[in-house]
Design a binder for this molecule. Sequence first.
Ligand code: ADP
Ligand code: ADP
Length: 234
Amino acid sequence: ADVIRLEGICKSYNVGLPTETEVLHGIDLALHEGEFVALMGPSGSGKSTLLNIVGLLDRPTSGTLFINGEDTTELGDAAITTLRGRAIGFVFQYHYLISAFTAHENVVMPMLLDRGHPDAAMERRADELLDWVGLSRWRDHKATNISGGQQQRVAIARALAMDPSLVLADEPTGNLDSVSADAVFELMRRINRDRGTSFLIVTHNLDLAQRCDRIVEVVDGRISGRVIPTLDAR
Ligand code: ADP
Ligand code: ADP
């Protein structure tokens, strides 16, 4: 089954204004369940725009997006918000943790937003996830008092809180030194292998991209179709 499927996705900014520009020109793309895919391409080619559409943060101008087989085109804003919260986890270049909260509180947050009230199960689940990313002993530290690599691992634990089928990561290692970048990448790889979570990762790092199942390249708002070999291609 496909976690996501895009058919003829176009995106224009400033629709109806003299500055209207189309930046995605009919993207067809599918990610299979459990795939770990790198999204590469020059700056300005449309990677972030594509990620925002796949992540239901922005709507395409035309075309169809399926998430876990469900056509999202006709869904209203409330249904989109619920689907986004449950099906998709996000990891950004900057972690966007809440700095006044502890690592544990940051991981609880998505579950609290979904349910509306705290319960013991979410507390336990946050502990499990922190254990999973190797940060149990930093549980009660404020997000600002841990290293950049650790913050990114908390962000990954938070992204997994709702057990999404897909994690979207926009340059998740872009701010890290190469040792931390490697650790964060390997963590995502392990989550993919052990939990079957699919990943779509924007990266400029070819070494990391080549450790993905597949590399998709965007050039000028189109999938280039160029085959860039990877090391672990399945
Ligand atoms: P990438 O992530 O590959 O660098 P983006 O998706 O950020 O590319 O940008 C693709 C193109 O769309 C660029 O020309 C960018 O300037 C333009 N763009 C991105 N966001 C907006 C926006 N909110 N309004 C207008 N133009 C935008
Ligand atoms: P990235 O590093 O992902 O390519 P950018 O630095 O290009 O991101 O853009 C940062 C943010 O600004 C993005 O959310 C993008 O959508 C927005 N943006 C980019 N270009 C434009 C633009 N021409 N007009 C308005 N917003 C833009």
